[in-house]
Design a protein around this ligand. Structure first.
Ligand SMILES: Nc1nc2c(c(=O)[nH]1)N[C@H]1C(S)=C(S)[C@@H](COP(=O)(O)O)O[C@H]1N2
Ligand SMILES: [Mo]
Length: 402
């Protein structure tokens, strides 16, 4: 917990003067909150506090050493990111009764979760990762008056999770098929928008290309339990392979649309643009996740001798095909070995490399390749939102062997 407040304070001071001038009161408030966040917020009280870094009541990161080697991330350790306040806990009291409106199909209809449960069942393992995971590594590279605002996540805004629910394709087929000209799947989150504020500015509504129709799952179960409020129960739209933001929690409307939603969160947020530029619809949207890996153990020095280096690797839309591991900061590489069951192309894989280390200092890094031959870059180009960091150098683990 001391570490948490230190991170908050450092952010506060580093961004301080600039943030207040540039961002005004709102930004000031969120940084102040990060500063005194020391315990889990009520809706996440059931989480394993020792495994988490609480940046704020809406941004909670998994500690790097807590991911484990069992592939699936336990719900108690999974990160949380809410863009706005979560709905009241009452919505998960009777999950079967939750209603979802389906639009852009031949026979539009509102269905309950109980009805959805009769239409089909599928289970998929996906990497759920915040689009801003690794933002801190971009922020560390800024010079002059450059600024990237947002939570300074390192590697812990990610987990690998099992989702069960109905394939969206089955629902669309039941409702007579897609309407004419449908190009996107658009999901709307069930948060209440406070009166007097423009819903377009706040609604968590995301559009993804309709090419995902056969992958999308409307999930009511996560790792074998009804989805908690924190993770988007009673029902969540899962878009396998896609960045966190596209996985809409407490989904209340699913529409097949001709155009992308003009909600702010789609129109200008989560866009790839240069530092200092504003987000705009013509820029690439943060959709598919790029190939990525990082080391999870060891994170601290040890006695010389045999050591098992371990980590996680995934390919986003593509299966991960291989991972190279280096103990000298990328000068020389060895092949890591994937262990454990293969949970499919959207899951991550755990890798190991046994090494013999003599006393000295080491820089441990990993570099994954996906089935299409895409390789993790050493350093991705800076972008203004600090999105989709997948560089292999920045998350290096520096250790001392004695
Ligand atoms: N309805 C809704 N869905 C949402 C969000 C949100 O604030 N509201 N946040 C998104 C973001 S930015 C991320 S990273 C993931 C976080 O999922 P988690 O909290 O279950 O880890 O949910 C996404 N879906
Ligand atoms: Mo996110």
């Amino acid at each position: 917990m001391i570490a948490t407040s230190t991170i908050g304070r450092r952010t506060f001071l580093a961004g301080g003067a600039g943030a207040v001038v540039a961002g005004g009161l709102l930004e000031f408030r969120s940084e102040a909150r990060a500063q005194d966040a020391t315990s889990l917020p009520d809706y996440a009280k059931w989480k394993d506090a020792d495994a988490l870094i609480v940046h704020s009541d809406k941004t909670i990161e998994t500690k790097r050493g807590e991911i484990g080697t069992s592939i699936i991330t336990p719900k108690e350790k999974l990160y949380i990111r809410n863009n706005v306040n979560a709905p009241p806990a009452a919505i998960v009291a009777n999950p079967e009764d939750w209603q979802v409106e389906f639009k852009g199909v031949r026979e539009p209809k509102t269905l309950t979760v109980a009805e959805l449960k009769t239409m089909g069942l599928a289970t998929v393992a996906t990497v759920l990762q915040c689009s801003g995971n690794g933002r801190k590594y971009f922020q560390d590279r800024l010079t002059g008056d450059q600024k990237i605002s947002g939570t300074p996540w390192t590697v812990g805004a990610a987990g690998c999770v099992l989702w069960s629910g109905v394939p969206l394709r089955a629902v669309v087929d039941t409702l007579g098929g897609a309407g004419d000209g449908a190009k996107f799947v658009t999901g709307t989150g069930g948060e209440e928008i406070p009166a007097g504020l423009d819903p377009k500015d706040l609604v968590v509504e995301r559009s993804v290309p309709i090419s995902n129709l056969d992958n999308v799952i409307l999930a009511w179960e996560m790792n074998g339990k009804p989805i908690s409020l924190a993770h988007g129960g009673p029902l969540r739209m899962i878009v396998p392979g896609y960045s966190g933001i596209n996985n809409v929690k407490y989904v209340k409307t699913v529409a097949l649309t001709e155009v992308e939603t003009d909600a702010k969160i789609q129109r200008s947020s989560y866009r790839m643009h240069a530092v200092g530029e504003k987000g705009a619809p013509e820029q690439p949207s943060i959709w598919e996740q790029p190939v990525k890996s990082w080391i999870t153990a060891p994170l601290e020095g040890a006695k010389s001798g045999r050591i098992q280096i371990a980590g996680v690797a995934f390919g986003g839309m593509n299966a991960v095909a291989g991972v190279d591991v280096s103990t000298d900061g990328g000068q020389t590489w060895q092949k890591g070995e994937f262990i454990g069951p293969d949970l499919g192309r959207f899951a991550w894989k755990v890798f190991v490399l046994p090494v013999e280390l003599a006393p000295g200092t080491y820089s441990l890094v990993s570099r994954a390749t996906d089935s299409e031959g895409n390789v993790q870059p050493e350093e991705p180009e800076l972008n203004g939102g600090g999105y989709s960091h997948n560089g292999w150098r920045a998350p290096a683990v520096e250790i001392n062997i004695v």
